[in-house]
Design a protein around this ligand. Sequence first.
Ligand code: FOL
Length: 231
Amino acid sequence: MSCKPSVCCVVACLMPGYGIGYQGSLPWRLSKEMKYFRQLTSATRDSSMRNAVVMGRKTWESIPAKFRPLPNRLNVVVSRNCQLDINDEQTQFTKSRVGDDDDDDGGDDATLYAGDLSRAIDQLIANSKILGLETIYIIGGGDIYRQCIPMSHNLFITKIVPDLGMPVPPMDTFLDREQIESQFKEQPHHKLQEIVPKEVSLPQFSADSSSAPTISEKGFTYSFTLWSRDT
Ligand code: FOL
């Protein structure tokens, strides 16, 4: 059964300031966090579907070339001076889905380029059936998150805190705290467990089952959180 894909932001933030980047890249390299990002954005409940990852041009360039396009996901890159509109690629994309009845092991990691972010998302939603899309994940950066938070259903925010005595890394790009906290509410941890596909491994143990369990790595402690609309 296919219905409209939901739009979700996925982001790792340094708390309490909601810092997301420094000089065009991530100010840390946390392998378990990156594994969560990869599993969350790749996994689908319906194995015949896939997810899209929508990103700005600078985020695309920040992904190591060997990981680009992000495998098993439809990569959509937004750039104001794009050469290709998502509509031009749609036909090609439709074709690549049609004869593609073998198991979907990442043989079609096409990259679409879009000039207009909200039009690109509208087009992805309008064509979600033919594209086989389950969830549209917005993966940054700062300008893209700002524009997409108002149209997102859920936010998957990894809250990262430096351990006591560790330096706070410099940051120059932030999420808009007011925008998030006025529209979304952090959910108890069990809601995250309920919403993610089973392939996404979450840390399991916590003294208080309503608060998220934490992971410590390289002098940072972090937790995976889910924020949903304050209905
Ligand atoms: N959200 C979260 N929670 N963590 C992030 O690190 C993150 N990063 C971005 C957007 N949202 C995020 C944007 N930056 C890769 C690199 C940078 C990046 C996003 C993805 C990347 O190379 N991903 C590979 C995994 C590589 C690995 O396993 O080391 C992938 O397949 O997803």
